[in-house]
Each structure stands twice: as C-alpha cells, then as structure tokens.
Design a protein around this ligand. Structure first.
Ligand SMILES: NC(=O)c1ccc[n+]([C@@H]2O[C@H](COP(=O)([O-])OP(=O)(O)OC[C@H]3O[C@@H](n4cnc5c(N)ncnc54)[C@H](O)[C@@H]3O)[C@@H](O)[C@H]2O)c1
Length: 330
C-alpha cells in the first residue's frame, strides 16, 4: 500500500514514517520544511521513502504528486502548530492548516484515495474546568487562532466525506511529547533552558492541565486508524496521563538534578485553555488501541534523548533566539 504522508519531516509525522516504513508501507513524504521541519528526523528510518519538498497549499504541485505517485491513502500531518505564533500572526495557519487541507482533500477526491487520515487535535473542543472530559461528539469550541484553523480543517474533512464520499477518518490526539520535538514546546524548552542555567518561563501559575501522549503511542494510534477505522469516523487519541504544566516542569528539573529556583512565572498566554482531557474509550473498544508509555517512563526517555542529542536541539534553540529577538524588536 502506498501512503502519501504530509508534514512528516516534523515531530510526530517523522515517527509515523519510521513505523510505516518498518511495517513495509511504501511511503511518500510531502513537506515544505518550514522552521519546524527537518529531514534529520528521518535519518534513522530503516528503509526507503520518497521525499517531495512541496507546500501542501500549492494545488498544482500537489496535483502533480498525486498524478505521479498514485497513492492509496493519505495521512495528513502537515500544519503550523505553535499556538503562540498563531497569536502573533494567524495567516500561515489559515494558509497551511485550512487551505492546505482543502487542497489535499480535493486531490484525494479527484484521484479516488481509499483512506484519508485527517490529523486534528484535542484543542478543537475548547477548554474544560477541573472535571469532565471530551467525547468525539462533544461540540467544537476552539479558542486560539491555531485551534480554529485545526477545527476548520477537521470540519473540511467532515464535509468532504458527507458531500463527496472522500473516505476521511478524523484523529484528535492530545498533547504529544518525546524525542525530536522542536524546542519551542514546553518539554524541550524546560530541558534546554535548565541545562543552560536559564530561567524557565511558566505561563500564569502553571496550573493548566494537559493530557500527555508519548509520540510513538500517537503514531501507533494513527496507524491503527489507517488499518482499521471506517470512513467518516472520528477518534480521540488520549493517554489518561493528565499533568499540570508546573508538575511537568518540576519533574523535568528533578530528573536533571535541579531545584525549582529557576522557575519564573510569566504573564499568561491570552485565551489560554485551562484543561483538556480526552475520553478515548472508542478507539480502545472498537479498534483495540491503547497507549503503552506511562508519563514517568516517557519523560525519562525524553530527557535522556535530549541529553544525547544536544547538538541538534541547541541548533534549533539558536534559531529560536534569533526569531524571538526579531519579534520583540518590532
Ligand atoms: N504536537 C502535538 O502535541 C499535537 C497534538 C495534537 C495534534 N497535533 C497535530 O499533529 C500534526 C503534527 O504535529 P507536530 O507537532 O509533529 O508538528 P511540527 O510542527 O513538528 O511539524 C509540522 C510539519 O509540517 C510541515 N509543514 C508546515 N507547513 C507546511 C506546508 N504548508 N506544506 C508542507 N509541509 C508543511 C513542517 O515543515 C513540519 O515538518 C499537526 O497537524 C498538529 O496539529 C499535534
């Protein structure tokens, strides 16, 4: 089976490619290598894959790739993914996440794709208070420009299934962590800043709660959807491992042998969702997937990975320092 995968030079998508190639799938990677994309992540793939340096919002180029490759299925990970950047400038989010998804769905309709896995997020549901969880039929109430763009893409998938019969399956994963994550997201930020003896910025009081899903578990869940889910279905992908941000920060500092004195509470992110929590009984009961990696085990192996791959991470951090200093100069 030939898979056209998008955004797979990124954090989670590259792990999906590693798993798919190891399982014998014929894999095509489509990624335009934004600041978040890096082919280094694919160096450890055990086998061949084909790479197109292409923007998913370029309909001509995307059409051409479908014509040449004639894929059986699409697994669509490509997106702008950082909420803070979407608050500064939402345009790239609308272009890639909304229009890019539309382009890929159109090509999938034209070329008769057998399955289209549309990667959404738990952020489409909005926020929860201290209790409760999101089910697949919970109304969508996104709050940030990022989550609105992802919700729009999620709904486009629904419309292409309902209107044209494109066999879309929607995946809504929770917060991922693990090796190769770009160091603008919480876990690698804390690891790297702490190693550099810098202050660790924590939004508000750090009380926001996320459900932490190890990256290999997420990729395995998406593989399960590819192989087993019915067109038109929607699945939450969770871990049940809820943690307050401040507790994640303290766990990492503890693993690095540091105390909490470097924590610096900073002004909260505008519109910051308080808590996400997914009920993922559906994927477990219907398709037999459940997460394997407990948070403690996952965070230990993540910290170890960054310690062993500091050169890669530091390079990204230098890039980010330049980016944020140019933002603050404006
Ligand atoms: N990271 C998480 O915690 C999380 C949680 C739930 C859902 N998701 C979703 O999973 C997907 C992957 O997330 P990630 O954290 O691996 O992202 P990432 O930011 O690490 O990678 C995104 C990839 O998409 C590529 N890309 C961006 N714009 C593109 C475009 N116009 N054309 C082609 N390629 C483009 C980038 O080059 C990069 O390789 C996204 O759709 C994201 O919304 C992520």
């Amino acid at each position: 089976m030939k898979l056209l995968t998008t955004g797979t030079a990124g954090f989670i998508g590259s792990e999906f490619v590693r798993q798919a190639v190891a399982k014998g799938y014929d894999v095509v990677v489509v990624d335009c290598l934004t600041y978040a994309g890096d082919l280094e992540r694919l160096k450890s793939v055990n086998g061949n894959f084909k790479f197109y340096n292409t923007d998913v919002s370029n309909s001509e180029e995307v059409d051409n790739i479908f014509k040449i490759e004639n894929p059986d299925a699409v697994v669509h990970w490509a997106a702008e993914t950082h909420v803070d950047r979407s608050i500064l400038d939402a345009s790239p989010f609308m272009k890639t996440n909304v229009f890019g998804t539309h382009v890929l769905l159109d090509a999938s309709k034209k070329y008769g794709i057998q399955k289209f896995i549309n990667i959404a997020t738990d952020e489409v549901y909005g926020e929860l208070g201290e209790t409760g969880s999101f089910f697949e039929n919970t109304p969508l109430e996104p709050n940030s420009p990022y989550s609105v763009s992802k919700t729009s893409a999620d709904m486009l998938g629904r419309a292409y299934y309902r209107t044209y019969g494109v066999p879309v399956v929607t995946a809504r994963p929770s917060n991922n962590y693990g090796p190769w994550q770009f160091p603008e997201k919480l876990v690698p930020v804390v690891i790297l800043k702490s190693l550099n003896n810098e202050k660790i910025p924590v939004y508000g009081q750090g009380l926001n709660v996320r459900e932490w899903l190890y990256v290999s578990d997420c990729a395995e869940a998406v593989m399960t959807l590819l192989e087993k889910a019915d067109p038109g279905s929607i699945y939450n992908i969770g871990s049940g491992q809820e943690q307050k941000n401040i507790d994640v920060v303290k766990k990492i500092l503890n693993l690095l042998g540091k105390d909490d004195s470097s924590i610096e509470y900073v002004q909260d992110r505008p519109g910051h969702d308080f808590r996400y929590s997914l009920n993922y009984d559906k994927i477990t009961n219907e398709l037999g997937w459940k997460p394997k990696v407990h948070f403690q085990e996952g965070i230990e192996s993540t910290v170890r990975w960054y310690l062993e791959n500091l050169k890669w991470a530091e390079k990204k951090l230098d890039f980010l320092r330049d980016y944020w200093s140019s933002v603050y100069k404006k």
